[in-house]
Design a protein around this ligand. Structure first.
Ligand code: FAD
Length: 303
């Protein structure tokens, strides 16, 4: 049943027509709880509010199903404007990008050129750029773009999805690169990925622990309190420096726990999506946790 619900929401997230229509609807279905506004001013305001609580941020300009170069160029320019604002306002914040938004499906070298401009601008201001990982089909080209960028820049890194069998090999390959460890958000076949929650959780913990021992900065991105608890215990037992890792969660999820981790002295970073292309992102969150619908309904009924 849980898998069926997950598949249902993943299918909705992949529906191009609904993704495109939703941009015209404005935020619906409670999406505003998980998205920090449509423009740069609103997202910077939220970053400042979270910074005041000791929480840093990573900002994601939402965008799916990009098929025209003009859309990618517009996205690149918007992301560069966010980088400029982060620098001007001196807020504690970096950027997360998805390469499909920057033209990966249109032309890989065009996408690489866009990324060179983004990472180059951020490099001047010492701002980190994280390349989010998407589905398996996009994985190899994403890694090719990353490898090109790493030849010239050290302010770029990516995400290891622990449901993939190849996750450990890639994590080891990037032992000197800042990485985020996640479970993985897309529907993948058993040819390439673990399917059961137990196996995925086990691999997540194995990778996170291995990575914490190799002194390169790591983001542990999960809302799973069992995993967070085990990582905290492991870090304490192994004497891992608290400045070598951070916990990350998505904006709008487990807000109290986010603040509590920051108050306990852990580095904490909130992933802050913004923009009008909210639909696919939002459906993937419902796929991960259908109970989010209850949260939304409760909110709509009682506020
Ligand atoms: P789950 O496996 O969804 O949940 C485990 C348990 O935690 C649940 O059973 C429940 O007990 C508890 N729990 C979870 N959420 C809640 C909640 N809201 N309230 C109360 N209890 C809860 N995926 C990618 O494929 N590529 C990326 O680049 C990527 N980047 C990400 C960045 C961040 C900051 C985060 C947090 C996730 C990212 N993901 C990405 C998504 C990730 O792969 C998972 O799909 C997503 O995080 C769900 O898995 P989970 O580890 O959070 O916990």
């Amino acid at each position: 049943m849980a898998n069926l619900t997950r598949d249902f929401f993943i299918a909705l997230s992949n529906n191009e027509l609904l993704n495109k229509s939703a941009k015209k609807w404005g935020y619906r279905l409670g999406a505003e709880q998980f998205v920090a506004g449509t423009d740069i001013d609103s997202v910077i305001k939220t970053v400042k509010r979270l910074n005041d609580k000791g929480i840093s941020c990573t900002v994601d300009n939402l965008g799916e199903f990009v098929t025209e170069k003009s859309e990618s160029t517009a996205a690149k320019e918007k992301i560069i404007s966010v980088i400029e604002r982060i620098h001007e306002e001196q807020v504690s914040c970096h950027i997360s990008v998805k390469l499909t938004q920057l033209g990966l499906d249109i032309d890989e070298s065009f996408c690489l050129d866009n990324m060179r401009e983004i990472v180059g601008t951020a490099n001047k201001y010492d701002i980190f750029i994280n390349i989010d990982t998407e589905d398996y089909h996009h994985y190899a080209p994403t890694i090719r773009v990353l490898d090109e960028l790493l030849q010239d820049f050290d302010n770029v890194g990516t995400v290891i999805q622990s449901y993939f069998y190849h996750a450990e090999t890639d994590m080891d390959k990037y032992k000197d690169v800042r990485l985020r460890i996640v479970k993985g958000a897309y529907k993948e076949s058993e040819e390439v990925a673990f399917q059961s929650k137990e196996e995925i959780d086990e691999n997540f913990l194995k990778l996170a622990k291995k990575r914490l021992k190799c002194n390169t900065f790591t983001s542990i991105a999960t809302h799973d309190h069992h995993i967070i608890q085990e990582i905290k215990q492991f870090a304490a037992e192994e004497g891992i420096n608290k400045n070598n890792f951070e916990f990350q969660m998505l904006y709008g999820f487990r807000t109290e726990m986010q603040e509590q981790l920051a108050n306990e002295g852990y580095l904490f970073c909130t992933y802050l999506p913004f923009g009008d292309d909210w639909y696919g992102y939002f459906m993937r969150r419902l796929a991960e946790r259908p109970q989010n619908i209850n949260l939304i309904l409760k909110d709509k009924l009682y506020t």
